[in-house]
Design a protein around this ligand. Structure first.
Ligand code: XMP
Length: 523
């Protein structure tokens, strides 16, 4: 169960204070890449958090600050600003990226002008000063740009570190601590972007300290303090986040009671696998078989949003009924959920969809009875934490599976008959992916059942049966995805097995759609 609740991105009430001091503060000026900067910095071993521009005074004593890009023009009235005195008082290296660079250039007395053309996509930069930021990098770098304004005049004393093909400055040093780059080192399209960030981080003169082992120890200690002597309840699905959460609670010595609800739209082996998984982890779970209740309520419902709502609402009713005597609710909310609910207006739509859930959780939260121990972490951090907790690889690398389960993969009305078909086809697909070592190479794979029938022949009989779609995608964060180029032999084996063994299916198709424009799920 993850239910993002509104709050500012950097303020997470883990026992009233942060588990770890922010080493690198990323100031968010609204770029689509802001979170990517935080992730990259963490991957390089420094603990990073995202802050709003007006939160400079709340950061504490960071070892470095990065100002992100953003969609506005620094020359516009009301454009997001930076308090240079405040930034100076932090007394640490500062890197402005794109908007961040333009903002700093203005603050130091230079100018920024509209070029009239938007430079978006690949470009090249010639390194003119192989100093700190470009140490070890000479010649030309392939970079990724996304801007329309450019710095026009540089303040006295600044040094150009790199320029574009037209000789315009795209990397600047204003003084001994302040740097700016027009391009995006955080995106993979920028060649050596990681090296540029690494070079900036090496300016802070500290050894990386975001070691998951240390984070884990401090997190366990914090969770221990929050849960001592209390009955803690959490929902588990067998997925990565809820499993890591349950193990973390157990490690912290909490009196933890995970609840696992069969909502009738799980995959063929889910119930057995989840039981087995928690047995191996030494955690007792409470199993609730509510499959019939869910399927009865889904009768005749075709609209995907309606299906989601029915499943979400009933889940909440069942969960809270079972969790009546809890002292604390533990949720597996992750950092992107926290940031999203803090920075976007999406709360309104979430409340609409999950009204029941949000109301109940808000009430508990007001009473100080909700903990969200993973709220500082990205998915890859959670996997790393799980590994540090000794959770086996195959559990940490299970494909994501949506909360509304197969209800979003049986298109149209969900019936027991259709679910049975889909479960068999899906299990064959997943089994063959695992056998061929392709399971770990794709982000997610699934079978989907369409609400149409097509003609075919089996033996001497004409058939009129359902087509099954196979979908397998590669992705790094589910925001974008590409269809996986599975080997033909593998596809042939899966197709033959489905056609020969799953009654009611006479066609198998492979989905060749990227996201965007398609989604990963069909719904
Ligand atoms: P889409 O279909 O939006 O999916 O490209 C992106 C990722 O989110 C998962 N997903 C869901 N997860 N409830 C969930 O818990 C949902 O309703 C839901 N819809 C999509 C999807 O499996 C993919 O990993």
């Amino acid at each position: 169960m993850t239910s993002p609740l509104p709050r500012s991105p950097s303020i997470i009430p883990l026992h009233g204070k942060h588990i770890m001091q922010t080493q690198i503060a990323v100031i968010d000026y609204g770029s689509q890449y802001s979170q990517l900067i935080v992730r990259r910095v963490r991957q390089l071993g420094y603990f990073s958090r995202l802050y709003f521009p007006e939160q400079l005074s709340e950061i504490g004593t960071p070892a470095g600050v990065i100002l992100s890009g953003g969609p506005r023009s620094v020359n516009e009235p009301g454009a997001p600003d930076v308090d240079l005195d405040q930034l100076n008082r932090l007394d640490c290296p500062v890197l402005g990226i794109c908007y961040g660079m333009q903002l700093l250039n203005r603050k130091f007395g230079g100018t920024v002008a509209a070029t009239g053309t938007r430079e978006y996509g690949p470009a090249t930069m010639r390194v003119t000063q192989q100093n700190d930021l470009f140490k070890g990098l000479d010649g030309e770098l392939k970079i990724w740009m996304s801007h329309s304004d450019s710095v026009s005049n540089l303040p006295d004393g600044s040094v150009v570190l790199g320029e574009n093909g037209a000789g315009a400055p795209v990397a600047i040093q204003w003084n001994e601590r302040f740097y700016g780059i027009q391009f995006h080192p955080e995106v993979t399209h920028t060649e050596k972007g990681r090296q540029v960030l690494q070079n900036f981080l090496s300016l802070i003169g500290e050894k990386p300290a975001f070691v998951m082992q240390r984070f884990k120890d401090e997190l366990i200690e914090s969770v221990r303090k929050q849960t001592v002597g209390k009955r803690v309840v959490c929902a588990v699905s067998g997925g990565v986040d809820s499993t890591v959460l349950a193990v973390l609670l157990k490690e912290a010595g909490a009196d933890v009671h995970p609840i696992f609800v069969d909502n009738g739209v799980l995959r063929k082996n889910d119930v057995a696998e989840v039981h087995d998984q928690f047995r191996r982890l030494g955690i007792e779970i409470e199993f609730v078989d509510a499959a019939d209740d869910f399927l009865d309520r889904l009768k005749g419902v075709e609209d995907p949003e309606e299906k989601r709502k029915i499943i979400g609402d009933l889940f909440v009713d069942i969960f809270f009924e079972r969790a009546k005597d809890m002292d604390v609710l533990a949720q597996g909310t992750l950092y992107p959920d926290v940031i999203e609910s803090a920075t976007s207006g999406s709360m309104a739509s979430r409340i609409k969809t999950h009204h029941n859930r949000v109301e109940r959780i808000l009430r508990l939260q007001e009473e100080g009875r909700v903990i969200e121990p993973l709220a500082e972490l990205y998915k890859d951090d959670v996997r790393e934490l799980g590994a540090a907790l000794g959770i086996p690889h195959e559990i940490l690398h299970r494909h994501p599976f949506p909360g509304p389960g197969l209800a979003v993969r049986v298109i149209g009305e969900v019936t027991r008959e259709k679910l049975a078909l889909l479960r068999e086809a899906d299990a064959i697909f997943i089994e063959e992916l695992k056998k061929s070592d392709w399971y770990d190479r794709v982000w997610q794979a699934a079978a989907i059942l369409l609400p149409v029938k097509a003609v075919g022949v089996k033996g001497d009989e004409r058939t009129y049966e359902y087509p099954v779609i196979l979908r397998a995608v590669t992705s790094s964060d589910a925001m974008t995805a590409d269809w996986a180029e599975l080997p033909t032999d593998l596809l042939r084996t899966v197709s033959n097995r489905i056609l020969n063994n799953v009654d009611g299916v006479n066609r198998v198709l492979y989905d060749l759609s990227t996201k965007p424009p398609a989604g990963i799920e069909w719904e």
